[in-house]
Design a protein around this ligand. Structure first.
Ligand SMILES: [Zn+2]
Length: 662
């Protein structure tokens, strides 16, 4: 099957930040999944260069605009290479061979169809958005996004008859319910189009930076009208009709939620006017915040994705962004959380499993695992369940659920190893066959997890497959390789830790030795974990100070330590499920403060929201606020939870909300 997907093309007025990279990473995961399925996949990215902001930025730097864009292209390509983004084609809107003829042909087609007319435009123009802003969209006279006063512009313009397409668009949405995803975006667009559409200015007068209109060479095509056409231009529109027919329409446009309107309203109307087929789907993803704030140049909080990739390599970053952020919703990036998830998912879970399986295979079988001939009763079922859940999630672009499905198989395999204790079997010569099959089954489950993780962590997956003795280069790897095999003898390669655990320096406290360096080297992993559980301490904690708190050396804490945790009773005022989350409930609780607190609690699998209203609970009141799923959770609700079991809330006698628990 042919599969053509695109991302938004990027403004080149600054280098890509982590938010920009998020979109490309998610698109890359989807592209690699389709290649894994064996689809004839074509993944397009590119740069949007005909912006007045780009033009100004180039002049500020004393550069010709095109030379500036050439430099920026290199910066973007460097970033995408550093993140292992596997685009097949990269288009720039200054491409005179492909993009210019496409834009001119499409503008001409719309004119020929009677959808372009001349008029005068007067209005509020935000230079930052490069968009005319209707009066009703301004907040106290300012652009709500840029917080700047738009310019009042009056000029001769060519208009695109967008209003004519209100009804055809509504009919199209009705007939193609999955055209706009996720549903929240679809509803926004439906309300917007139902409210009526204004014609759109599609040219700018008196500018040189842009593509001249074929029927009025003194005007250039408005940057948005120009940019949208890149998708058709790369496919061949206007310069290679045969190529275009074989590639168009796109199956999927991946764009940020802020520009879904352009892609779901204006772009399809332009295509209808030019009598071209419409794309299969537009997916409007959410934003990735940095510590709860949107990354922007003006706030100075842009994370360079290459810095994030340098921390542990591109794969852990790719996994973090796709697994931790429900695709379609908003997410949050903090260095602390990134490290925490790296340790939990990669160092402790997947990495540890790969290392254990490889080292035990080497120790007990010199790496040579014979085929057991029969399927593992336990793990083959877990693998099948994981593959089914993974595939279903991928097909509806629930990337986070697909990654989670692969990790459930990894956890099941870790449990399998813990339960079957190969090290104990190895002591008993009579259990040699059992040991062989436990090792084989664990290696087979790891191999399957490697196949499933290939789109998320391409280099790591290749390394896992190599160590499990079944290396297949990505172009040959198929989703069908995720089927359980009981008949393939293999040679396992033991090659050291895949992802070494990153230690939070401040948490390392136990030592009898005089220097910090030797303290780190001599402690055991058990004491590291115990120290970690004691919580975040300032990195400035010294060995001398930790000695004055000897209670920590036996895993116990002092009453002073305990009193640092502020436990309080609270009353649940409202409770509701979080969309896109199976685990989380959003609670509003009274803690005896003037304003109720919002707390996200992972108890949705154990409690119905309605049953919680009015209940007393105990919360950690002085937990640092945590941005989660676009909200900020202000505390934590205490619950007992058995490993893998359901959560049971700690249930105090009704007390005045805010009463200290100690
Ligand atoms: Zn603006």
């Amino acid at each position: 099957m042919r599969y053509f997907l695109t991302t938004a093309i990027d403004y080149v007025n600054s280098r890509p930040h982590l938010g920009t990279a998020y979109e490309k990473i998610t698109a890359d995961v989807i592209a690699r999944y389709h290649r894994l399925k064996g689809d004839d996949t074509w993944f397009l990215m590119g740069n949007d260069e005909h912006s007045q902001n780009v033009f100004k930025r180039a002049l500020e730097q004393g550069k010709a605009p095109l030379a500036y864009c050439d430099e920026m292209e290199q910066a973007f390509r460097e970033t995408w290479a550093g993140l292992d983004i596997s685009f097949d084609d990269f288009i720039r809107t200054t491409d005179r061979r492909r993009h210019f003829p496409a834009v001119q042909a499409l503008a001409q087609a719309c004119l020929d169809n009677g959808d372009i007319y001349e008029g005068t435009y007067e209005g509020h123009y935000c230079v930052g958005c490069e968009e005319f802003k209707p009066e009703k969209d301004l907040v106290e006279g300012l652009c709500p996004i840029h917080k700047t006063k738009p310019e009042w512009i009056r000029e001769k313009n060519w208009f695109f008859r967008l209003s004519k397409y209100q009804q055809p668009l509504l009919e199209f949405y009705e007939a193609h319910p999955s055209f706009i995803e996720p549903e929240v975006r679809r509803n926004e667009i439906l309300r917007f189009v139902e409210g009526g559409l204004d014609d759109l200015s599609m040219s700018r007068a008196g500018q040189s930076w842009g593509i001249p209109l074929p029927f009025d060479p003194k005007s250039v095509v408005y940057v948005w009208f120009d940019a949208l056409i890149n998708y058709a231009a790369a496919a061949g529109y206007g310069w290679d009709q045969e190529r275009f027919r074989s590639r168009w329409p796109a199956n999927l446009h991946i764009v940020g939620k802020d520009i879904t309107r352009f892609h779901c309203v204006i772009w399809p109307a332009m295509l209808m006017s030019a009598k071209l087929p419409l794309p299969g789907q537009v997916f409007g993803h959410g934003w990735v915040f940095f510590k709860g704030e949107r990354m922007s140049k003006s706030l100075g909080n842009m994370v360079d994705p290459l810095d994030a990739a340098k921390r542990f390599g591109p794969d852990p970053l790719r996994l973090y962004l796709t697994k931790e952020v429900p695709y379609g919703g908003d997410g949050d990036f903090t260095w602390e959380r990134f490290e925490e998830k790296y340790n939990a998912d990669l160092a402790n879970n997947l990495g540890n499993l790969v290392n254990r399986v490889a080292s035990m295979s080497e120790r007990y079988r010199q790496g040579a695992l014979a085929a057991p001939g029969s399927r593992s009763a336990v793990l083959a079922g877990a693998a099948e369940t994981a593959v089914t859940a993974y595939t279903a999630a991928m097909e509806r672009l629930a990337l986070h659920e697909a990654a989670a499905a692969a990790f459930r198989l990894i956890s099941a395999t870790n449990e399998f190893v813990a339960t079957n204790q190969p090290w104990a079997l190895a002591k008993d010569a009579g259990k040699a066959a059992a040991l062989s099959s436990v090792l084989y089954d664990a290696a087979e489950a790891v191999r399957i997890a490697g196949v499933l993780l290939q789109p998320f962590m391409p280099a790591s997956a290749a390394e896992i497959l190599r160590r499990m003795g079944t290396h297949q280069p990505a172009p040959e790897l198929r989703l069908s390789d995720a089927a359980w095999r009981a008949d393939a003898a293999r040679q396992i390669i033991n090659d050291g830790a895949l992802w070494p655990r990153i230690e939070d320096q401040g948490a390392i406290v136990v030592s009898e030795t005089p220097t910090r360096e030797t303290a780190e080297k001599t402690e055991t992993s058990e004491t590291k974990d115990a120290a970690r559980g004691a919580g975040d301490q300032a990195p400035s904690v010294t060995v001398a100070e930790t000695r004055t708190a000897p209670a920590t050396s036996d895993g116990l804490i002092t009453i002073d330590d305990f009193m640092k945790v502020e436990l309080r009773t609270a009353k649940v005022l409202t409770a509701e499920r979080m969309p896109k989350s199976k685990k989380l409930l959003k609670l509003s609780v009274d803690v005896g403060e003037p304003v109720p607190r919002t707390i996200l609690a992972g108890i949705a699998e154990s409690y119905e929201p309605d049953d919680l209203v009015g209940r007393s609970v105990v919360i950690v009141a002085n937990l640092a606020p945590r941005p989660m799923m676009g909200l900020v959770s202000q505390g934590m609700v205490l619950a007992a939870s058995a490993e893998g079991g359901s959560a049971m809330l700690v249930n105090p006698e009704p007390a005045v909300p805010g009463t200290r628990v100690r």
